[in-house]
Design a protein around this ligand. Sequence first.
Ligand code: GLA
Length: 383
Amino acid sequence: MDIEFVRSRFIKHFDGTTGSVYASPGRINLIGEHTDYNGGFVFPGAVDKGMIAEIKINGTDKVRAYSIDLKDYVEFGLNEEDAPRASWARYIFGVCREIIKRGGKIGGFNTAFAGDVPLGAGMSSSAALESTYAYALNEMFDCKLDKFELAKIGQATEHNYCGVNCGIMDQFASVFGKAGSLIRLDCRSLEYQYFPFNPVGYKLVLLDSVVKHELASSAYNKRRESCERAVAAIQKKHPHVEFLRDANMGWLEEVKGDISAEDYMRAEYVIEEIQRVLDVCDALEKGDYETVGQKMYETHYGMSKLYEVSCEELDFLNDIAKQCGVTGSRVMGGGFGGCTINLVKDDKYDAFITEATAAYQAKYGRKPKVYDVVISDGSRKLC
Ligand code: GLA
C-alpha cells in the first residue's frame, strides 16, 4: 500500500484536488494481554502495516469519507446525532466527536483511506484508523492536543461509538510507536520506556489463523466485567486496590468464596500475566530469550485455559510451534481468533513455517497467513 494509490483514489473522488496524507500503524504485543484495562503493563510495538488517509479541509460542516478498500462512501455531520451507520465510518466520526469534546475546533473535511493491517487479525486495524484521524485532525485544525490525549481519543472512540471497552494499549502503540523498539507501558500512569528490540539470531513472526470471531467485542467486554467484579470483592478487604494490578494471588485467594469460579480464573490469569511482563523485561535486559519464550507459552496457556480467549485453531498453531522447537508462541491481542506471535530461532524458521502451513492446511483446509514483524514508527504525516 502506498501514498500514490491513496492519492489517486482521493483525486478521483474529490474533484481532482489533493490534501495532506497521514499514516498510523497496527501493532504487535510481545507479552501483556488483557492487562491494560487492569492497570497493568503491556509490551507492544508498532508494525509496518497500517492505515493511510488523505484529508483536505472542505470549509463545510460535513465530513465526506471514502473507504477505498470497501468502496463505500459516507457523508456525516459533526454533531452527536449525525452518527453514521456504517461501522468503519463510526471510527472517524467518533474521533471527531472526541476531539470536539476536548475543546478541539474542527470542521468538515474530505477524506479517502486504505489500509494493509489485516482486519480481525488481532493487530489493531481499528486503532490504526483512529490514530490516523486523531493525529491528522489535531494537526490540521491546530487543536493542540498532546500524543497521550490522541491515544485516549482513539480509546474513547471504541468505548463511546464502537461498543468495545478496550484498554489503551493499541492506540498508545499506534501513536507512540518507534522503529526498532518495543514499548513497555504502565497502563495506569502511562509512563513508558522504549526497549530496542533486536534479538540477534531470532525472528518474530505472526501466523494468522484467519479465524474471525463475530462475538469478540461482547466477549471482550465480559472479560473486563469479570475483572471488575474480582476487584470489587478484593476491595472490601483491601480498600486501596483500584485495579487487579494492585492485587496478588494471596488476596484473590481470600475472596475465592465470594466470586464465581469463572471470575476467579479470569483474575488469576491477569495477576500472573502482569508479573510475566515484568519478568520478560528483566529477561530481555539479560538477552535471555529462552525465558522470554517460556513466558510467552505460559501466556498462551493462561489465555486458553483461564481467560478462555483462544480458539481451537490458535491452540493448534501453538502446539505446532512447540513441536517445531519454537522458542516462544502465543495468541496475540484480544483473542477469539487472529494471530499467534512466535519467537523463532533463525535456523528453525523455515522448517516451522513449512510445517505449520502444511499441518494447518491439512486440518482446516486453508493456509495460515504469515507476517514477518518489522517494528516501525507510529502516527506521522507523510506529505
Ligand atoms: C484488544 C484491546 C486492547 C487490549 C488487547 C488485549 O486489542 O483493544 O486494549 O486489551 O485486546 O491485550
